[in-house]
Design a binder for this molecule. Structure first.
Ligand SMILES: NC(=O)c1ccc[n+]([C@@H]2O[C@H](COP(=O)([O-])OP(=O)(O)OC[C@H]3O[C@@H](n4cnc5c(N)ncnc54)[C@H](OP(=O)(O)O)[C@@H]3O)[C@@H](O)[C@H]2O)c1
Length: 379
């Protein structure tokens, strides 16, 4: 059987702020068949992750290239690999059967051919919604976890500052409990903002940085002696090559501040520990995954561009096969009964997937049984 595989690509290198016009949707014909002995797997993608680091892959030149397969240069016209969740539709790999749900390096495309099945893992549990495997159980969640616990090494009583706290990496840290927040867009002088009463009048011990630029400079200026900066990302510098944080190095020396860049790829061995801890938090509703989901392959460019304009609140995903997701939701509600920990996430997906009139009915009712009834009536 052959299918039309729609995929998103870039028209040319992108060296500044991305615009939707930098992208195009292309179509290729794909045979849903795998060669014997290849161990290849073909996946129908259900959710793909939208991440800021992809912009560095789209540049003519970037230091991000040196790290791994997922950070190599994106060539204009070619498909773009990205983390995601999908369902196996063809497999020559004994580890994966047709209809298995999988997570791994897929792509901004409707179907992905995964050579040798190398970058895939099977999702065996039906306890949590599939989308979580592309978000809180995926790179975003693990980055937050290892960055905070392994890099920042927090000690009781320390004062912690996190930037871009409405984003996906930070949804996890925020839920550890924060005392205050401010909108950096409404502030003219970040150094004095941080000193303000209610924020850090006694200085910062740990700064988890996602943005770089002036925020990093302001944080360093307010750090206490032996403060630690975990440099997760510098999104404000991704879109502007000339913009570079210049923290006061005398501060760094005299306050003995550590500035530690880190990459998730160095902590993948912690995935098991991370999964068991975060699953427990979700199961007992001590934590809630915040997702921001767009629909359809054609929404990938706007979803991606929106990251650099602060349009997302929570983990940005694109859902590629809403019919399948509704079916999946019916399956897990049947199998897991009323112990679902993350109903409102699914409800949110569901509301976005169905016609407005029905969506309004769902919005007014938050019980999963009603969602299930509506699902059944639509299938
Ligand atoms: N080290 C690693 O292994 C690793 C792994 C994953 C992600 N990261 C990095 O972690 C950071 C967050 O990634 P994410 O996936 O969680 O993205 P995200 O936070 O979901 O999306 C990006 C957010 O950054 C904010 N932002 C955009 N432009 C900005 C600017 N010029 N100045 C300040 N804030 C800006 C926006 O929120 P506002 O509304 O606040 O502007 C936006 O919501 C990124 O720098 C990413 O590259 C690193």
């Amino acid at each position: 059987m052959e299918v039309s595989n729609h995929y998103v690509t870039i028209k040319h290198d992108i060296n500044g702020s991305p615009a939707e016009s930098d992208f195009e949707l292309r179509t290729a014909t794909l045979a849903l068949a795998v060669l014997g002995g290849s161990k290849d797997v073909i996946v129908k993608n259900l959710y793909v992750s939208i991440d800021p680091y992809q912009l560095n892959r789209m540049k003519s030149d970037s230091s991000s290239r040196i790290v791994s397969n997922s950070s190599t240069r994106i060539v204009p016209g070619q498909a773009i690999n990205a983390h995601g969740v999908g369902r196996v539709v063809a497999s020559d790999n004994p580890e994966f059967e047709i209809d298995d749900f999988v997570v791994g390096l897929l792509g901004w495309e409707e179907y992905s051919v995964v050579k040798g099945g190398d970058t895939l893992s099977k999702i065996s549990s039906t306890e949590f919604p599939l989308s979580l495997y592309a978000g809180i159980f995926g790179t975003s969640g693990l980055t937050a976890y290892v960055g905070f616990f392994n890099v920042c090494k927090p000690k009781k009583g320390e004062k912690v500052f996190v930037s871009a706290a409405s984003g996906s990496v930070d949804m996890l840290k925020d839920q550890l409990g924060f005392d205050n927040a401010f909108n950096y867009k409404e502030e003219t002088d970040l150094k004095s903002t941080l000193k303000r009463s209610g924020y850090f009048p006694d200085g910062i011990d740990i700064y988890f940085d996602n943005v770089g630029g002036e925020m990093l400079e302001a944080a360093v200026a307010n750090m206490n002696a032996f403060g630690r900066v975990a440099l997760c990302g510098v999104i404000s510098e991704y879109t502007d090559k000339g913009r570079k944080a210049a923290p006061d190095m005398l501060d760094v020396v005299y306050k003995r501040i550590s500035i530690n860049g880190f990459l998730l790829v160095d902590y993948l061995h912690m995935f098991g520990e991370f999964m068991s801890i975060i699953s427990e938090h979700l199961r007992h509703k001590r934590m809630h995954a915040l997702e921001d989901v767009s629909q359809g392959i054609e929404s990938v460019p706007s979803a991606f561009v929106g990251l650099f304009r602060g349009l997302n609140v929570g983990k940005k995903l694109v859902e590629l096969d809403k019919h399948r997701v509704m079916l999946e939701m019916t399956m897990w509600t049947r199998s897991s009964c009323n112990t679902r920990p993350s109903l409102d996430i699914n409800l949110m997906h569901y509301v976005k997937s169905i016609p407005t009139a029905v969506g309004d009915r769902v919005r007014s009712k938050t019980r999963w049984t009603r969602v299930l009834d509506l699902t059944r009536s639509l299938l």
